[in-house]
Write a protein that binds this ligand. Structure first.
Ligand code: BG6
Length: 469
């Protein structure tokens, strides 16, 4: 039976919780994490007693941190204007700052004392690692040495890790192994924020909650699948990080392969995290690794002018590839996957193209398509052929278009809201499990190694254009 977990309460036990954001001075904290926590607060989805503690290297006091938070705090729930200030004020009082070095266990011990002072000795604890990959392990070790990874007296301690989880199969496995010595797999929440997006979550419902699709969701009826991600902006402000990774590691290995897995996987026997991960990892394991022949990489003009990018950088800001899922359901169906920055459109979309009719009774009618728009303007559009009203038999493809903003009278939650709420409730369904991670790296690693060892140059494309030819 399909039953999607409904978020209506904070943590099941409503025990006090301390939420620590390690790397609190970064963009992610200000732009995504704190607004998401604020929305949860406005919706009574945080336990009565909670505190948010930002931890980072810069020296700052609580007042300065709160001012920074206040400057960027936005909320999709707009309470009455008079209520808004009150809510913001109440939330800010729960925000604190603790400065320390990531590799210093004493600094984390001091943080532990502070948490105990704020939330009491019996609080649950969520540690969000919003830090660069290079300081991951040092930080995790300091947390362990300070005793903050331990769970006792029925309290939980959970750690949320942001991608990138390594740079390739080997480094990812090593990171998993090393982190596994500090946190159990059950304590570890690897976040891929695409899995928190409404439309991505809807893939399960669309596929397995509608009788009409399952019979035709296969190679007999589907000609191709396209998964396209494009952004108008370049890497402004993030070039230092991006240049070490590139778009294949930054977006394809995680967001787009997760999307592909949800489109292509078999129905899980139940909606438990283990069963969903099992099906996703099976389909990823059946996917042939990317090849040079079927991949185009590009770099937008001007990328190397960024002071943080070396003059001879070959990092790709665009990639397009064809993937083949070698299962009886999909054998021979191309999955065209693309991701790019500094392009002419801003969108993430899945396009399922069905095969043409076997017999041309009506002449040359177009094949049906199902367009699943992840963002912006979330929508599901099924294009069917119709008779154009009139005396002649003329046909035209017409879209049955379900626009989320017209259909549902509610603002869509931000991905991070859903995911943070899930961590608090201990639901790991939307988090990446160890086995899927390895399966996804297996698809991209050989080509990445080839690109690096042979210094394969990406094609240059115009900023704001349609990408390389
Ligand atoms: C992040 C990538 O994971 O996802 C960014 O690191 C990318 O490079 C971002 O811009 C896209 O997320 P969204 O939610 O804006 O589609």
């Amino acid at each position: 039976m399909l039953s999607w977990p409904i978020v209506t309460t904070a943590t099941p036990d409503n025990k006090p919780v301390s939420i620590v954001i390690v790397g609190a001075s970064g963009d992610l904290t200000r732009k995504k994490l704190l607004p998401a926590l604020f929305s949860l607060y406005c919706n009574d989805l945080l336990p009565e007693r909670f505190h948010v503690v930002g931890f980072a290297r810069s020296t700052m006091n609580d007042g300065e941190f709160r001012r920074q938070v206040a400057d960027t705090l936005t909320c999709r729930y707009e309470p009455e204007p008079s209520q808004c200030d009150i809510k913001v004020g109440q939330f800010l009082k729960r925000c604190h700052y603790h400065s320390g070095q990531y590799n210093n266990a004493d600094d984390f011990r001091a943080l532990g004392r502070r948490l105990e002072h704020l939330c009491g000795p019996r609080a649950n604890q969520l540690m969000y690692m919003a830090i660069p990959p290079g300081v991951f392990l040092d930080t995790a070790n300091s947390i362990r040495r300070a005793g903050l990874a331990d769970e006792h007296d029925g309290n939980w301690s959970r750690v949320v890790i942001e991608k990138p989880f390594g740079r390739d199969t080997e480094s990812s496995a090593e990171l998993t192994r090393a982190l596994g010595e500090i946190f159990t797999e059950g304590q570890t929440y690897r976040i891929d924020h695409y899995l928190g997006k409404e439309v991505i979550q809807n893939l399960l419902v669309l596929r397995f909650g509608n009788r009409i699709f399952e019979q035709i969701w296969n190679r007999d009826h589907i000609e191709s699948v396209e998964i396209a991600f494009s952004e108008k902006i370049g890497v402004e402000g993030r070039a230092g990080y991006f240049d070490r990774f590139g778009i294949i590691r930054d977006v394809m290995q995680n967001h787009l392969l997760q999307t592909l897995a949800l489109v292509a996987m078999e129905q899980p026997i139940e909606l438990s995290p283990g069963e969903i991960a099992e099906e996703k990892s099976r389909v990823l394991r059946a996917t042939r690794p990317m090849t040079r022949e079927e991949t185009v990489t590009g770099q937008y003009a001007g990328y190397r002018d960024d002071p943080e990018v070396p003059d001879d950088s070959i990092t790709e800001t665009y990639a397009r590839t064809t993937l083949w899922v070698n299962t009886p359901r999909w054998y021979g169906v191309p999955f065209r996957v693309s991701a790019g920055k500094a392009l002419d459109t801003q969108k993430t979309e899945i396009l399922i193209r069905f095969r043409s009719l076997p017999f041309p009774l009506l002449g040359d009618v177009e094949a049906n398509t199902l367009r699943i728009r992840v963002q912006p303007n979330e929508a599901i559009e099924l294009v069917l052929n119709n008779k154009v009203p009139g005396l002649s038999l003329t046909t035209a493809p017409v879209g049955l278009n379900m626009l989320y903003n017209q259909q549902f009278d509610t603002a869509l939650p931000e991905a991070y809201e859903r995911l943070l709420a899930d961590v608090l409730r201990g639901d790991r369904s939307l988090f990446i499990q160890q086995k899927e991670l390895g399966a996804a790296w297996r698809i991209v690693t050989p080509l990445l190694e080839e690109i690096e060892s042979e210094r394969i140059q990406p094609q240059e494309y115009a900023y704001g254009g349609s990408g390389p030819r």
